[in-house]
Ligand binder design. Sequence first.
Ligand code: NAI
Ligand code: MG
Length: 489
Amino acid sequence: MKTETITRELMLINGKWTEAAGKEFFQIENPAKRGTVIAEVPRATAEDVDNAVQAANEAFDSWRKVPARERGRMLWKIADAVDAQFEELARTIATETGNALKTQAKGEAKGVVDVIRYFGGVAGELKGETLPVDNQLFAYTQREPYGVIGGIIPWNAPVQLAALKIAPALAAGNTIVLKAAEDAPLGVLKLAKICADILPPGVVNILTGFGEECGLPLAKHPLVRKLTFTGSTQTGKIIMHEAAERIIPISLELGGKSPQIVYPDADSEKVIDNVMSAMRFARQGQSCSAGSRLYLHKSIYDSFVEKLIAKAKLLQVGDPLDENNDMGSIINEKQYNKVCSYIEEGINHPDIELLLGGLPPAEGPLSEGYFLEPTIFAAPHDDLRLAKEEIFGPVLIVIPWDDEEEVIKMANRSDYGLAAFIWTKDTTRAMRTANLLEAGWVQINRGGGMMTGHSYGGYKQSGIGREYSLESMIESFTQTKSIMIDFDE
Ligand code: NAI
Ligand code: MG
């Protein structure tokens, strides 16, 4: 690999910047420039996991006693510090993930600030209940932290996802050991630096390493009292087995193959812009909530498709740091090859027609990184791998419909159930359909991202538990203690 300016990063254990116990490092590649290394990070293994979990366990005793609103104020300080460096953080995210600065990385950095501030603000809202019993008894509940949280995150919105684990866990009085994704640990380490300046040692510990070497020992560690994972459904199942071994709670935010349903009255330019946003084209489709199955009503099919193609063609693909570009690159070679194999399958399938994009050019500037163009396929039905499996690339499949009941059935015919999008001006109809969709998050006439404060998470194999809200913090990061006092002496 070519090595430009390689920095050697360390990870955060017990407030100290450390190498891995095995002294090994691994390289982080710039996905927009094949074969270019941008940094090296420690290759953590079980020994490092143990050190980090022990530190988090020791820090827990005093951290849980810090008044909740004081913990919240520390989170605000972290948020302010992130805000002050948001441009730099955004550039790091764009460089390591390939996500375009303009459309994604800046928004992610701002989102990190927003999420941390939110949980800092609601830290004092961990209220318990009292029960109406007789004069002799007093019965109440209180919300208590679990202890050490084990978090494992993916690369697609790395710092946002780190913040979504760290902030509510800490606000609720837990400490955390978080494993960054092996493809995108650099932004997370920047956040770790800020945390280390503000928090007592051991409260936040960040490990860099691979899934089986570092993630798995974290999931297995006996002192970890709760697991929270974002990533593939396949890996989620492995982690859930580990949770079952020790009967510890687990939150899972997994994959999706989310439907978009377009009604006859929604054939407009504005809807098309939003449909493209819901498809997360600007994130190369690498989003768990990508609306990657587009069910178009037959009556507007031709005109909608024509406009969609014209608009999707305008998306500029290229260097993620160049703010003229809307789309950057796929995260790594493995994912790139996987997406390409789906595209090839679509091209060769007799029932599927390629409308836009396709396999990437073998030469020219786009071949220098893992770049793919927005790709749109059409098919007469959805009983196809391309319409069922999570591709995690900029690949949209369009399917016609004409009967509402039928399209709802098609939308629900999936093992996943993360997001769904409905496009119509008829709000009554939209709400009726929203009620019938098996998805944890339904948007009507909106294709944007999650909103902090609004619970987010999946139905079916898209996950267990919710994130982003006060309710989710209480549910995911606290346990209830019921206490009774008898006044009779
Ligand atoms: P992954 O689920 O394997 O990786 C996510 C995290 O889990 C990483 O930190 C990884 O190191 C860790 N991990 C992997 N194997 C582990 C194990 N056995 N024990 C403990 N931790 C482990 O996802 P990957 O390989 O990066 O991407 C594969 C596919 O997963 C994508 O094509 C996409 O379909 C899906 N995915 C979905 C995401 C979502 O947000 N829903 C995010 C990333 C990937
Ligand atoms: Mg994997």
